[in-house]
Design a protein around this ligand. Structure first.
Ligand SMILES: *Cc1c(COP(=O)(O)O)cnc(C)c1O
Length: 458
């Protein structure tokens, strides 16, 4: 008999989870204005809201926490973190920040001004927020196949080189840099190929533009390159990471993802001029240069987390769990962004709740139904998250409308995944009876999905 695949770790600390009744959940959801961000975590049974900062740290990370150097300036913890980052990415200058969006804020404060355009593959919501709040424009040049959820392709996160070239040719005077998000979260955790990174770098160079990687899941991206791209099968994840970052001038990082810490982030670059300019902003917004919003112990844990999560076995365990959920959904015929992403499954809501019009936010309705069914919290990555067009103030219905089931790293077992799949199947089986969605009662101008208040229609 073939020996089955199993996790690359065993468990030595546990945290209880709570079940609830449907009546309780109906009440709680109403109190939360039908926005799952406003639920209390204890009202959730299995929490797939995000994989950000929700991972389980390893024994080595916890051990490193005890060795944290809490000196204000020049802490050993900073240098441990910096050396690890430099080894993995090749970037010499490292500026810590408290999380990914803070890194964006600091770097964009230096690089961006009103009226600028920033092309790339799909911009993450905070990235878009930091661009649009500066009255600049995020130009989505993702490959068109990313919008066809049922099409199987290895690198649906790629930048469309022709679209990028057109944008660079027409607007080069007002483009400060190109940004590539690895993996492409918004398009479904889909990876970007090494070839695509190389082409983006070459094209940007031709137009004398710099390239920034939004690197939250760069290690997962490297795993997909190893598994799917010709020529990388025998390379280590760390070798692949080193090559990826050769094609960037700088990176912003949410360490809450691929460094498996609960809080943390950084900017890294080889450009001294960018570092020197960002230093000033970093001190104003985040803190002194050798901590930037992080405790010494957190920087220690970050260093160990990055080291561990750029090992093949760690990534394999994680991504196979996401694939496991995908296989279940295949069995039940539930449509999701194919193939399975690195950190999440993105269920195609308009293809599931076919009777809910787009104006009534199908993915949000699916999020609500799944919570009511079994206390599982997913997250709408769709028309609500897309915000309104900054100029016309119209809702943006031109992208995908997805329910994201993000899997925290090293947290749930495949038994939990079975529960998620079964609950989703129950919702799917009664999809014909869901004919209405929700309407907006209150919304913020930017990043509205976090705080939006909704009401069910009908
Ligand atoms: C999470 C994330 C960010 C923002 O990071 P935070 O740590 O949540 O502030 C930026 N880009 C991508 C792709 C992300 O997934």
């Amino acid at each position: 008999m073939e020996i089955p695949f199993a996790e690359s770790y065993k468990i030595k600390m546990v945290e209880p989870v709570r079940k609830s009744t449907r009546e309780q959940r109906e009440q709680w959801l109403k109190e939360a204005h039908y926005n799952v961000f406003q639920l209390k975590a204890e009202q959730v049974y299995i929490d797939l809201l995000t994989d950000s900062g929700t991972g389980a740290m390893s024994d080595r990370q916890w051990a490193a926490m005890m060795l944290g150097d809490e000196s204000y300036a020049g802490a050993t913890s900073f240098y441990k973190m910096k050396d690890t980052i430099t080894q993995i990415t090749g970037f010499e200058y490292v500026l810590p920040t408290h999380q990914g969006r803070a890194a964006e804020n600091v770097l964009f404060s230096v690089l961006l001004k009103e009226g600028d355009r920033v092309p790339g593959n799909s911009h993450f919501d905070t990235t878009k927020g930091h661009i649009e709040s500066r009255r600049a424009f995020a130009i989505d040049c993702t490959v068109d196949i990313a919008k066809d959820t049922q099409l199987e392709a290895p690198f649906k996160g790629n930048v469309d080189i022709a679209k990028l070239e057109k944008e660079l040719a027409e607007n080069h005077a007002i483009i400060p840099f190109v940004i590539v998000t690895v993996t492409n979260n918004t398009a479904g955790g889909q990876p970007v190929s090494m070839r695509n990174l190389r082409e983006v770098a070459a094209l940007s160079k031709k137009f004398n533009k710099k390239v920034v990687f939004d690197s939250a899941r760069f290690a997962e991206n490297a795993y997909f390159i190893k598994m799917r791209e010709e020529g990388y099968k025998d390379k280590s994840i760390k070798e692949i990471c080193r090559e990826m970052f050769q094609y960037a001038d700088a990176m912003t990082m949410s360490a809450k993802k691929d460094a498996i810490v609960n809080m943390g982030g950084f900017i890294a670059t080889n450009r001294q001029d960018w570092y020197d300019a960002a230093k000033v902003k970093g001190i104003v917004y985040e803190g002194y240069l050798t901590y930037g919003g992080m405790n010494g112990r957190d920087m220690n844990a970050l260093a160990v987390g990055l080291e561990e999560n750029t090992e093949f076995e760690t990534l394999e365990t994680r991504i196979k769990q996401v694939e496991y959920l995908a296989q279940k959904l295949d069995e039940y015929g539930i449509p999701y962004q194919r193939p399975a992403g690195g950190h999440a499954i993105f269920v195609d809501a308009p293809k599931t709740l076919t009777h809910v019009p787009k104006e009534e936010f199908p993915a949000q309705m699916l999020t609500i139904e799944l919570y009511l069914e079994a206390g599982i919290r997913g997250c709408e990555i769709g028309y609500l998250l897309a915000d309104r067009d900054p100029i016309t103030r119209e809702n943006r219905f031109d992208g995908l409308d997805l329910l994201r089931l993000a899997i925290p790293r090293r947290v749930y077992t495949n038994n939990h995944i079975d529960v998620v799949a079964a609950a989703l199947k129950n919702v799917f089986d009664r999809r014909e009876s869901v004919t209405h969605g929700v309407k907006i009662v209150w919304e913020a101008e930017l990043m509205r999905h976090f705080t939006v208040e909704l009401e069910p229609i009908g």
